[in-house]
Design a protein around this ligand. Structure first.
Ligand code: NAD
Ligand code: UDP
Length: 331
């Protein structure tokens, strides 16, 4: 298939491009590099030994997006492009609503106009809000605590309504849990700008001596050790989930959790990182972070049953590969 990958230079998009190319698909990337670098595109080519087409464009820009659809016979779209920082979304709600929903609408509109029948969307476990864990696809969505989460709920709704009105349009809504790790080559990974918000990149920067210590946000949650529990998933497993979803996508709307189904606490992740890499990660327990929930992990049964996909890599692999990538940044 010819696959248009928006946000393909980003963290999850770049790993998915690698997996798509290795599976024999042709890839067109559209990314404005607002949170990524063009070097990543070169590294995707280096890892796979294959070519891809790269457009540095904004996927909310109608003329440019039309030009891509008019120039290539596209079979499917995987839409990763978007803003993703929860705290920033509270400060800049309009930027988040605009970027994340206008891009979805424009791409869906182009799909209908140019006869592209397959659409895969990057959603998030954040749409489950404070439902009871494990989160299952059948659960009613609860209002998200921030504009970022709302952009995912709204985009899902836009795509569901579009598919309902256009029965030949096939949509897969993939709800990611906590993607971490990096490609096993250490060539591509997650490199947040400034001080990281997320746990794994914070840990790797502490381990590298770039930050003094990890602040653990609360140890009084109703979890086994009191620290927050999340379902960490290796980014390569997540990438493979996209290829499975694309290969098996049929008419209608299909929703899948992409997680491992296992919860890991902050303290367990710190210990796993220390064990995997033989490095101490100094930490301090501080107060809870506003907006955090105690536990978030997937019921991963549906993706296994319907797509035959399960995450293969464990916490130690995630910690090892995240550290390998961090080390590559300073060498
Ligand atoms: P990322 O920031 O690394 O990648 C997003 C890419 O999209 C970047 O390369 C950025 O330059 C590009 N982009 C953003 N707006 C654009 C626009 N208007 N036009 C063109 N390019 C644009 O983020 P990621 O972690 O790879 O996330 C990818 C998707 O997955 C996002 O939609 C995100 O909301 C979703 N998601 C991420 C996580 C996570 O923890 N990383 C969890 C759940 C869902
Ligand atoms: N966390 C932490 N210190 C940090 C960053 C995160 O203790 O510097 C905790 C956070 O409270 C949550 C878990 O690590 O329990 C995962 O947080 P992350 O931001 O990576 O993911 P999310 O909360 O979006 O699932």
């Amino acid at each position: 298939m010819n696959v248009l990958v928006t946000g393909g230079a980003g963290f999850i998009g770049s790993h998915t491009c690698v997996t798509l190319l290795q599976a024999g698909h042709a890839v067109i990337v559209a990314d404005n590099l607002c949170n990524s670098k063009s070097e990543t595109v070169e590294k995707i080519k280096l890892i796979t030994g294959k070519e891809l087409i790269f457009y540095q464009i904004d996927v909310t820009a109608e003329t440019e997006v039309h030009r891509i659809f008019a120039s290539h016979p596209i079979d499917g779209v995987i839409h990763f492009a978007g803003f993703k920082a929860v705290c920033e979304s509270v400060e800049k709600p309009l930027a988040y609503y605009y970027n994340n929903t206008v891009s979805t609408m424009l791409l869906a509109k182009c799909c209908l106009q140019y006869g592209v029948k397959k659409f895969i969307f990057s959603s998030s476990a954040t749409v489950y809000g404070e439902n009871r864990v494990p989160f299952a696809e059948t659960m009613e969505l609860l209002p998200a605590a921030n504009p970022y989460g709302e952009t995912k709920v709204i985009s899902e709704r836009i795509l569901k309504d579009t598919a309902r009105a256009n029965p030949a349009f096939a949509v897969s809504l993939l709800r990611y849990f906590n993607p971490v790790g990096a490609h096993e080559s250490g060539l591509i990974g997650e490199s947040p700008q400034g001080i990281p918000n997320n746990l794994m990149p914070y840990i790797t920067q502490v381990a590298a001596g770039k930050l003094e210590k990890l602040n653990i946000f609360g140890d009084d949650y109703p979890t086994p050790d009191g620290t927050g529990v999340r379902d960490y998933i290796h980014v390569t497993d997540l990438a493979e989930g996209h290829v499975s979803a694309l290969d098996q996508l049929s008419e209608g709307v299909h929703i899948y959790n992409l997680g491992t189904g296992a919860g890991t606490s902050v303290l367990q992740l710190v210990k796993a990182f220390e064990e995997a890499n033989g490095i101490k990660v100094p930490y301090e327990i501080v107060s809870r972070r506003a907006g955090d929930i105690a536990s978030c992990y997937a019921d991963a049964a549906k993706a296994k049953r319907e797509l035959g996909w399960t995450a293969k890599r464990g916490i130690i692999d995630m910690c090892r590969d995240a550290w390998l990538f961090e080390k590559s940044l300073s060498s």
